[in-house]
Design a protein around this ligand. Structure first.
Ligand code: ADP
Ligand code: ZN
Length: 520
């Protein structure tokens, strides 16, 4: 039998395994299950491709994306591996030929979409063939709380029931501990050996800024000053904005192309090919672009909007610098993004627990944006990974942000919550702090409180931002009934007693307003 190392060298042309490829491959060679958590670009594919080739029979790869599948099949065929795909884009004749080859045992790797796999006909076909492993790619798609949830993935546990002898490997680049647990439970992978590689991408430098204006110009300056002539991706939230930004960059003389789901399949393919092949193309895209992009020298990924979760941010920025050379992740977002994303969550069809989960994910993303600590430590911390020292390669490390001591303001805000009985929402509390005339305040006699009007040094916007921070940091909580009433959480006590300080990033909306001296 050909050794796995020989396959690595002769078929794929690489000298050595990367951690933990070799151990994963050995696990599958021994017909045991594996769960592999590795960042994008880490080299997950070889983990199942090599044992599928080395063992007798066919390795079946379940992948949610047809475009991705075809790239993989083509690359494998070029390397001389007998690979095929079964999906809706194959003609009936092609599908028949593939099925025939399966039964003959002349295919090493079969790529298949989950809905096709789950058809009884396909399962029966596989039972008549010799399957040597099942690889479940993008396994986080089983997570109902994830942004890539695919209902068919839930049914994949049928593989365990129908093919109990066949080892399974689940792979993902997205795995906080909760998703990890979900994958294990939903795919019945309790016995799987788990392989985790650090999510850190030390060659990516992170920059995040906010502000309501000037995003496009800041982007242009960033590209011209730091990435002239280099390939990059610019993510925008809407198709319309993609078109606008692509056109505008073109007008500025840059080689930008649009990519979003509203373009014809043909145009998308053309633009993607140009990005992949040509030098220095900037792809302006919605998140429809990216899964399966394998361009090693993307030098920057820019976001002109806030991603809706840290997972999404990590995955999108992870497309930069796959060659290991310095690359940058740059983001500019506005408060408007937060409002828009919150509305999207509110107005979606999802049930309440799901909406709450999405709300928490957005909050975590915002916490990453607003932190004055090392971005990498915060980011990795979210994935339950601990980085001992600040990284020295993010905006906060390189240029510690201007901050202001918000301790006193926070004490006032917390007192306002406490004195008004811990049941009012942000707007009401701000009205109390600013001593605004409001019949409700009179009705509750809150104009008699000591906190009434003690917050005039900050604008209403600054107070709202401060309350948002208190929420983000878990110092206050929203009532469970969902009326938006705020309560103090136990962790606010040290701050209230003055035993702890609160330091916040200084930006437009949170900076204390200048008080002009006026004659009384
Ligand atoms: P992932 O699926 O984890 O995002 P891929 O499997 O697409 O990553 O691999 C990313 C890149 O790394 C590919 O270009 C792949 O050929 C390359 N690669 C994988 N394993 C090795 C290795 N052992 N040595 C060198 N390059 C590798
Ligand atoms: Zn840092």
């Amino acid at each position: 039998m050909v050794s796995t190392l020989e396959i690595l060298r002769h078929t794929f042309g690489y000298d050595a395994f990367r951690a933990p490829q070799e151990e994963v491959i050995q696990t599958l060679m021994a017909a045991k299950d594996a769960l592999v958590l590795m960042p994008t670009g880490g080299g997950k594919s070889l983990c199942y491709q090599i044992p599928a080739i080395a063992r007798a029979g066919v390795g079946v790869v379940i992948s949610p994306l047809i475009a991705l599948m075809e790239d993989q099949v083509n690359a494998l065929r070029q390397a001389g591996v007998a690979a095929a795909a079964l999906n809706s884009s194959a003609s009936p004749a092609e599908a028949r030929a593939t099925e025939e080859a399966l039964l003959q045992g002349t295919i090493d790797l079969l790529y298949i979409a989950p809905e096709r796999l789950l058809q009884e006909r396909t399962l029966a076909l596989l039972q008549r063939s010799t399957v040597n492993l099942f690889a479940i790619d993008e396994a986080h798609c089983v997570s109902q709380w994830g942004h890539d949830f695919r209902p068919e993935y839930l049914q994949l546990r049928v593989l365990h029931e129908r093919f109990p002898q066949v080892p399974r490997i689940a792979l993902t680049a997205t795995a906080d501990s909760k998703t990890r647990q979900e994958i294990i439970e939903r795919l019945a992978l309790q016995k799987a050996a788990v392989f985790i590689r650090s999510f850190d991408r030390p060659n990516i430098r992170y920059h995040i800024h906010s502000g309501s204006q000037g995003a496009r110009n800041a982007l242009l300056r960033f590209i011209r000053d730091r990435h002239a002539g280099e390939a990059g991706i610019v993510y925008c939230l809407s198709r319309k904005r993609v078109e606008e930004v692509a056109e505008w960059l073109q007008g500025e003389g840059l080689g930008a192309l649009p990519y979003h789901a509203g373009l014809s399949a043909d145009e998308r393919r053309r633009n993607q090919q140009r990005f992949q092949r040509d030098e220095g193309v900037i792809m302006v895209a919605t998140i429809a672009f990216g899964m399966g992009i394998d361009k090693p020298n993307v030098r920057f990924v820019a976001h002109l909007n806030l991603p809706k979760s840290i997972e999404a941010y990590y995955q999108e920025t992870g497309r930069a610098g796959r060659d290991g050379l310095p690359a940058e992740a740059w983001m500019h977002y506005g408060l408007q993004d937060v409002v828009q994303l919150r509305q999207m969550i509110q107005q979606s069809e999802a049930d309440l627990p799901r909406k709450q989960m999405e709300g928490h994910k957005l909050d975590a993303m915002l916490a990453l944006c607003e932190t004055t600590d090392c971005r990498r430590q915060t980011l990795l911390g979210y994935f339950s990974e601990h980085l001992a020292l600040p990284c020295g390669n993010c905006d906060n490390c390189l240029q510690p942000p201007a901050t202001w001591d918000a301790t006193v303001a926070a004490q006032k805000a917390l007192s306002a919550i406490h004195r008004t009985g811990q049941r009012f929402g942000v707007q009401y509390l701000v009205d109390v702090l600013l001593a605004r005339e409001d019949p409700r305040i009179q009705q509750w006699d809150h104009h008699q409180l000591t906190v009434y009007g003690i917050g005039k040094e900050l604008s209403a916007n600054a107070w709202r931002a401060l309350f948002r921070h208190l929420l983000l940091r878990g110092l206050v909580e929203v009532d469970a009934e969902g009326h938006g009433g705020l309560r103090l959480s136990p962790s606010s006590r040290p701050l209230l007693r003055g035993e702890e300080k609160l330091t916040l990033r200084q930006h437009e909306s949170t900076t204390p307003k200048r008080r002009d001296k006026r004659p009384e």
